[in-house]
Every structure is written in C-alpha cells, then in structure tokens.
Design a protein around this ligand. Structure first.
Ligand code: ADP
Length: 170
C-alpha cells in the first residue's frame, strides 16, 4: 500500500469516546488503512491501562475492516516510519485544540517532512467532548449515554467500583 493511503491516528484514548469514533470513521472512508496508535508513555496518570484502552478500541472498531489498533511509545514519526504511514490524523474540536495541535504538527513535520498531519472535524454534537469530561461525569454519577459506546460506560462504572470510588448518584 502506498504511504499516503496509510494513516495513523494517535492518542491516549482513556477511554475511547464517540468523538474519537467519529474521527476514525471519517478517516476510514478517506484512507486505505487507518492505524489507531495508543500512546504508552503517558505523563498524565491514565485511568485505564494501555491493554484496557486497546481492548475497548478493538471492540469499538470491529465493524470497520480497514482499521486496526496498535500501541506505541517514543516519537510518533518513528512509529509512522515503522508502519510505512505517510499521514497522521488528528481531531479538531473547538479552537482550544488549535494551539496545541499546531505545535505538535509543526514539530512532527520538522522531525519528518514526509509525514503529513491532517485534521478532521467531528460532528458538532461531539465538538466539546473529551475523555476527561466523560470520566468526571461518570465519577459524579451522571449518565454518558450516547457519548461513549455502552460497553465503555459499563467499563467505567466497573473500574470506579473496583477502585472503591463508587459513583455518587445525586
Ligand atoms: P491526546 O492525549 O493525544 O490528546 P486523546 O485521546 O485525548 O489523546 O485524543 C486523540 C485525538 O483525538 C486528538 O487529536 C484529539 O484532538 C482528538 N479528539 C479527542 N476527542 C475528540 C472529539 N470529541 N472529537 C474529535 N476529536 C477528538
């Protein structure tokens, strides 16, 4: 497969949301292959382990034939080279994403000029959705139905229960 038809979609996916899935679906219609790359070396303390995040993604993308999940650490451009991918997909929500994404894209271009970053916009209903907001709402006892796959909501509730942090139902 030509490098420009293989795209990588990197992120923490802690956990995957319908906003991520919206971007993945759009990407899968444009590119021959989309590789979701789950970040291993995270500075922030992840709620789900890499294995759990990868498993949830794999389950969520099951119907999409040209999408796969991988894990990576280190430089994204090195991983792209290894996967023979010429494109990095990032999702752009509101303007708040712009500055960070701009820096990241330009740094990646500096490190590897053959890899192009492209931005996709999710459907408006997911434009203000983030994994951290989902975790917060669930931990406070709120419903996130329609914002994450149902099984992800169950995983979140199970994890909270295991950690002794029962969600507070108001
Ligand atoms: P990171 O830690 O790299 O920000 P995330 O899992 O939060 O990882 O996000 C991965 C990518 O998906 C980023 O490009 C982010 O902007 C994008 N993204 C996250 N949530 C949404 C959403 N609701 N709609 C569209 N894109 C999103």
């Amino acid at each position: 497969m030509n490098r420009s038809s293989v795209a990588i979609y990197p992120g923490s996916f802690d956990p995957v949301t319908n906003g991520h899935l919206d971007i993945i679906q759009r990407g899968s219609r444009i590119f021959g292959k989309v590789i979701i790359a789950v970040l291993r070396n995270q500075r922030k303390n992840p709620f789900f382990s890499v294995a759990e995040r990868t498993e949830m993604l794999a389950r969520a993308i099951e119907p999409l034939e040209n999408v796969e999940v991988a894990r990576f650490n280190g430089l994204l451009v090195n991983f792209a080279r290894e996967m023979k991918a010429g494109v990095v997909i990032r999702g752009l929500r509101a303007v708040t994403d712009f500055d960070y994404e701009f820096q990241l894209a330009l740094m990646n271009r500096r490190l590897e000029k053959e890899v192009e970053t492209i931005f996709l916009m999710p459907s408006a209903e997911y434009s203000y959705l983030s994994s951290s907001q989902i975790k917060e709402v669930v931990s406070l006892g709120g419903s996130v139905k329609g914002l994450v796959p149902d099984f992800v909501e169950q995983e979140l509730l199970g994890k909270l229960e295991k950690s002794g942090q029962k969600p507070r139902i108001s």
